[in-house]
Design a protein around this ligand. Structure first.
Ligand SMILES: [Zn+2]
Length: 446
């Protein structure tokens, strides 16, 4: 082999090896349109500068667009019919019983598991859907659902480190209603403890894949959405903190490390809330005692349909009840007729039958109907009243399925808009890790 040829090959191999690292920053619920708007109005100028150094696009997400479903879809590359998580509470179709699904129920391997199998070292912090923590090749710190820090970390030997940084799993969102000052302080302290922990692990540990998740953006979007003047100062103040952290992180990650920033859903201001169970009661699909719920046996056994948050309607299973005769098309037509009493506009953008939107062996766990609202109409499923439309003075923002964001540093994408299910294959492409695409529901966009 000639000397010059050998040198060229030598350099190529090294570049390929250096390219193996990937840092993913998850900013829960941060909309593409919000980043655009704030950066154009001279806020978040680090984000603006960094996002100009790569591709920054709008991303659609899965329905129902709640964090446990969206991040599990991100983490598996498949729709809920294949990974089996449909909401914060799900129904067992055989028994009609309800349960809170955890990461233990996810039916396919997640990114950290897939990479661990390939001897990559992974660190994930606070990612929804990762409780209980998996036995990864590296470190996993669970996100919400973990009852205490003591059972939220694998391996347990990292627990003292988390305690040293006063790490907390999540803010107590109920404080937004009862003690706003404490809620805002918790937002700050939990963010700071999380990024201190992440910085330490970033510096001290070997890793090929690092996923840090920030939940606080979602919490602040729910309770301080920026179009309310009295909330705007605090809202911007927190986002500027995130912006500064993003800048430090971008500087810290060497140019050869791949860097992705993404959210799992968009957000918009809340106009009104809609209690679908009250609607179902008024239309004779359901009878319940006020204040009781499905867990406490407060609904009449002759129920024909009930709703679980957000916008999921379950029909009584034919095998379980003689009261199951529901004309599904008739129910959909009635629901499409639901209008805001103030402006007479329709409030539902789309109603899906489960087989239209989900596919895979767990589709039987899916709601029979999935309702997607027009922006501004938050679909609730309460048993605490009979009003269909109501207001919540504390709730400022709600999720949307069409305005998530995706950024990748230093690369061009082959599309202007992507789906959250495209992220996993994209991520394996940039890591140069082989992947069996046969069962995936998305495609690489690099
Ligand atoms: Zn949320």
């Amino acid at each position: 082999m000639k000397g010059s040829g050998f040198k060229y090959e030598h350099i190529r191999v090294n570049v390929a090896q250096l390219k193996k690292k990937l840092f993913v920053l998850g900013l829960d619920g941060v909309p593409y349109s919000l980043v655009k708007r704030l950066t154009e109005h001279d806020y978040l100028q680090n984000m603006r500068r960094i996002f100009e150094q790569g591709s920054f696009v709008r991303m659609t997400t899965v329905d129902p667009c709640v964090s446990s479903v969206a991040w599990t879809s991100f983490n598996t590359g498949v729709n809920p019919g294949k990974h089996s998580i449909f909401g914060f509470v799900d129904r067992d179709p055989r028994t009609n019983s309800l349960f809170v699904p955890t990461g233990a129920q996810i039916a396919v391997p997640t990114i950290p598991e897939l990479l661990s199998m390939r001897q990559k070292r992974v660190i994930t912090i606070n990612v929804p859907g990762t409780f209980p923590p998996k036995r990864v090749n590296g470190v996993q710190v669970s996100g919400f659902l973990a009852p205490t820090l003591d059972n939220a970390v694998y391996p347990l030997s990292y627990l003292p480190l988390l305690k040293k940084f006063n790490y907390v799993i999540d803010v107590d969102a109920s404080l937004a209603r009862t003690d706003r000052g404490r809620f805002l302080r918790d937002i700050d302290t939990s963010f700071e403890s999380r990024i201190s922990t992440a910085r330490h692990l970033l510096e001290k540990e070997d890793w090929d894949y690092f996923h840090l998740h920030i939940m606080n953006t979602d919490r602040i979007n729910h309770f301080l959405w920026d179009d309310h003047p009295e909330d705007r100062v605090e809202f911007i103040r927190f986002y500027e903190k995130v912006d500064l952290f993003l800048s430090c992180l971008n500087d810290r990650l060497d140019p050869m490390t791949e860097f992705i920033v993404l959210s799992d859903h968009g957000f918009c201001p809340v106009k009104r809330l809609i209690n679908l169970n009250a609607w179902l009661m008024q239309h004779s699909y359901l009878t319940y005692e006020i204040g009781h719920d499905l867990f406490s046996g407060g609904i009449d056994a002759r129920w024909r349909a009930y709703s679980l948050y957000p916008g999921r309607i379950y029909l009584n299973a034919p095998s379980a009840s003689p009261y199951n005769e529901v004309d599904i098309q008739g129910l959909m037509d009635q629901l499409y007729g639901l209008r805001d009493p103030e402006n007479k506009k329709r409030v539902l953008r789309k109603i899906y039958r489960k087989e239209e939107i989900f596919s895979g062996p767990y589709t039987e766990y899916a709601p029979d109907l999935l309702l997607v609202p027009e922006d501004g109409y938050e679909l609730k499923s309460n048993f605490d009243g009979t009003d269909i439309f109501y207001d919540d003075p504390y709730l400022r923002g709600m999720h949307t399925d069409h305005d998530a964001m995706f950024f990748i540093r230093g690369r061009r994408l082959n599309c202007n808009q992507m789906k959250i299910l495209d992220v996993l294959p994209t991520l394996f492409s940039v890591l140069n890790v082989p992947l069996d695409h046969a069962n995936l529901d998305g495609n690489s966009v690099v």
